[in-house]
Write a protein that binds this ligand. Structure first.
Ligand SMILES: *Cc1c(COP(=O)(O)O)cnc(C)c1O
Length: 382
């Protein structure tokens, strides 16, 4: 039996074994299992110390102060906390939010919920390359715009926003700038100071850390105020209550430290693998790139196979773990809203696959995918 080839790193990454090894030490009786909020004994202090060390690892990757990191259950919660928490806490700044139609559902659905709460949202349509331009954003700014939310790296396309230029426009209009950077960790520079980011959502499991842990960066100077969504014991300086998941947190810290140390190298190797796939497909007709590779990270490549039904192609490529769009939508046969958002025709959107690569992808994986595609494609064309 041939092993499954995993080319779905944008949906989630496996935990790096070095991360899993660290996490093990924070679970059982012989480890540091105590509640990090327990102030009355040594084990509690040790757990707290581990949490704070991980907080510094995450802060270091984005050049932030550890006090600006709020632990959450993932990037979904971080997006909710950023958008809802900021808009509710800053009503005097205005009720207007600007975002795009191709954001992750965690932002799209949260912005839609804010609309139902009486806030106003401008939904920008990006260009064919998946990017909102600074000029487009300038056009959308209003005197009552409180927040702009645009993602760093699109999870379906891989395109990268010019965050520094967009932040400048947001700030010039008196708004704060939120970035969902779940797909950016270890892939692009996320220096919040240099880029001018005020709020940034992060996730553990897109960067070889565990699922169920994330963080929100909240700028302290100038001070960004957010209202908590989860009330309780006042953890995380009141911004997010709940007992901290020490094992998840140390895992995310270790993963982010590795992303800082090895991310560039990973991406260089992955670029060669991405190009190997593109080269191998170049003989086949009717393959369109939905990803504008000039402005994209190398680890995500979205391709349309003209004249083929994406679901049938996916079935024919059972030995390869791939996605037809975002994983959250793979139960429905509606074309991806992201592909629709950048103007890909419905028939091509339905014939599209997302290839995403990672730290453990090999040239043999790419060759297996190529062989499977070359084998399956002729029979699927109609
Ligand atoms: C995966 C992802 C999320 C959600 O992150 P979770 O940690 O799974 O909640 C949000 N935004 C983007 C861009 C993502 O890729």
């Amino acid at each position: 039996m041939s092993a499954l080839v995993y080319l779905d790193y944008a949906a989630t990454t496996p935990v790096d074994p070095r991360v899993a090894e660290v996490m093990q030490r924070f679970l059982t009786l012989d480890g540091t299992y105590a509640n990090p909020a327990s102030r009355s004994h040594m084990l509690g202090w040790q757990a707290e110390q581990a949490v704070e060390s991980a907080r510094r690892q995450v802060a270091d990757l984005i050049a932030a102060d550890p006090r600006e990191i709020v632990w959450t259950s993932g990037a979904t919660e971080a997006d909710n906390l950023a958008l809802i928490g900021f808009m509710r806490a800053n009503r005097e700044r205005g009720r207007h939010l600007v975002t795009s139609v191709i954001e992750h559902k965690a932002v799209v659905d949260t912005a839609a919920a804010l609309e139902r709460e009486g806030f106003e949202v401008t939904w920008l349509t990006p260009g064919a390359d998946g990017r909102v331009t600074p000029a487009q954003l300038r056009e959308a700014m209003r005197p009552d715009t409180a927040l702009v939310s645009l993602m760093a790296v699109n999870n379906e396309l891989g395109c990268v926003h010019d965050l520094a230029a967009l932040a400048e426009v947001a700030h010039a209009g008196g708004a704060a700038f939120h970035v969902d950077a779940a797909q950016g960790v270890g892939r692009i520079d996320l220096d919040v100071g240099r880029l001018g980011i005020d709020l940034m959502s992060l996730s553990g499991h897109k960067a070889y850390g565990p699922k169920g842990i994330g963080a929100l960066y909240v700028r302290r100077s100038p001070d960004i105020r957010i209202e908590p969504l989860i009330h309780g014991g006042g953890h995380e300086r009141g911004m997010r209550s709940g007992t901290l998941a020490t094992h998840q947190i140390v895992g995310m810290g270790e993963a982010f430290s590795l992303a800082g140390a090895e991310g560039k190298e990973d991406q260089a190797r992955i670029l060669a693998l991405r190009n190997r796939l593109l080269d191998g497909l170049s003989d086949l007709d009717g393959i369109h790139r939905n990803t504008a590779i000039e402005v994209a990270v190398p680890n995500i490549l979205n391709l349309a196979f003209e004249g083929v039904d994406g679901e049938s192609l996916l079935m024919a490529l059972r030995s390869i773990a791939l996605s037809t769009g975002s994983a959250c939508n793979s139960a429905s046969v509606e074309p991806s809203y992201v592909l629709k958002g950048i103007g890909v025709p419905r028939s091509l959107a339905l014939a599209s696959l997302r290839f995403s690569f990672g730290r453990f992808t090999t040239a043999a994986d790419i060759d297996a995918a190529l062989e499977a595609i070359q084998h399956a494609l002729p029979g699927l064309r109609h």
